[in-house]
Design a protein around this ligand. Structure first.
Ligand SMILES: [Zn+2]
Ligand SMILES: [Zn+2]
Length: 165
């Protein structure tokens, strides 16, 4: 792993990476599945294009409060995954699509490593850089990013660690 230093901020202001990741964390607090709260934002040229958090499709009921402990129909789980929610990355991509904003060449900041379904969508949306903080047990998504030659970095304690995939 190669550490990429973020530019020093003499005046105590956050770096751009910190700024966008902190916003992604705030976005995650809107998540509606009790299993996990994830936030994603899509950025290009230091501008936020779209935001997303994990939750049920719009207008539909949220996951039940104890949903993550029980399979559907009592809870929201099936085979170890929530089946009611869209993932944060998907909701950010769909928000961009619904307002007609292209994601080509953009960066996605996400509070947790994308799963392989989101990774495939991120690749096909034309996103070229992914920065994430938390881990997620899906090494196949990293294989996809590697094969599609995306630039992937881990965000740890305010710094970026480039991932040699
Ligand atoms: Zn759920
Ligand atoms: Zn996902």
């Amino acid at each position: 792993m190669i550490e990429v230093p973020t530019p020093p901020m003499a005046d105590g202001r956050p770096s751009w990476d910190e700024y966008f990741m902190e916003i992604a964390k705030l976005v995650s607090t809107r998540a509606t599945c009790p299993r996990r709260s994830v936030g994603a934002i899509i950025v290009r040229d230091r501008r936020i294009l779209a935001t997303g958090y994990n939750g049920a499709p719009r207008g539909l009921p949220h996951c039940p409060p104890q949903g993550s402990q029980q399979d559907w129909p009592d809870g929201c789980m099936r085979a170890g995954h929530c089946i009611r929610s869209l993932h944060a990355e998907q909701n950010a991509l769909l928000q961009a699509a619904s307002i007609g904003v292209p994601c080509e060449g953009a960066t996605m900041y996400v509070t947790c490593q994308p799963c392989n379904t989101c990774a495939k969508m991120i690749i096909n949306a034309g996103i070229t850089r992914v920065i994430y903080e938390g881990d997620y047990p899906d090494p196949f998504s990293l294989e996809l990013f590697r094969d599609a030659q995306l630039d992937v970095a881990l965000y740890r304690h305010g710094k970026l660690e480039a991932l040699a995939l």
